[in-house]
Design a protein around this ligand. Structure first.
Ligand code: ZN
Length: 115
């Protein structure tokens, strides 16, 4: 399960940031997850709850910010965002030449820690 390694990674990062700053407890981890990142939100929450046991983040809350998939069209230069996890055509002109500009991210945006 991909989500488990992602969750373990996040907890490791949270723990080391927490220790580095001289705190002893992670209270919350806020992350940003793009819809095109391939991460299942429910699976990630479950994996996070499994992975945090026995760590400095044992009681930590996981806040997930959902980032829609966005792109920029090379033909009509429209910037768009869609509800789906995939984009096949520019929603403005139907063109197939575009760049994905958001929705693939998966990273920690904020940590709440306590001493
Ligand atoms: Zn277009």
């Amino acid at each position: 399960m991909h989500e488990l390694s992602v969750a373990m990674n996040m907890i490791e990062m949270a723990e080391s940031a927490c220790v580095e700053q001289g705190y002893s407890r992670v209270e919350a981890v806020s992350i940003r997850v793009g819809r095109a990142s391939g991460i299942m939100r429910d699976a990630l929450v479950f994996a996070f709850d499994c992975a945090k046991a026995g760590t400095l983040a044992a009681d930590a809350r996981l806040d997930i910010e959902d980032v829609p998939v966005g792109g920029a069209c090379n033909d009509c230069h429209a910037e768009f965002s869609v509800e789906e996890a995939f984009v096949f055509n520019c929603p403005a002109c139907g063109g197939k030449s575009f760049q994905i500009t958001s929705g693939q991210e998966l990273h920690i945006v904020e940590l709440e820690v306590d001493s």
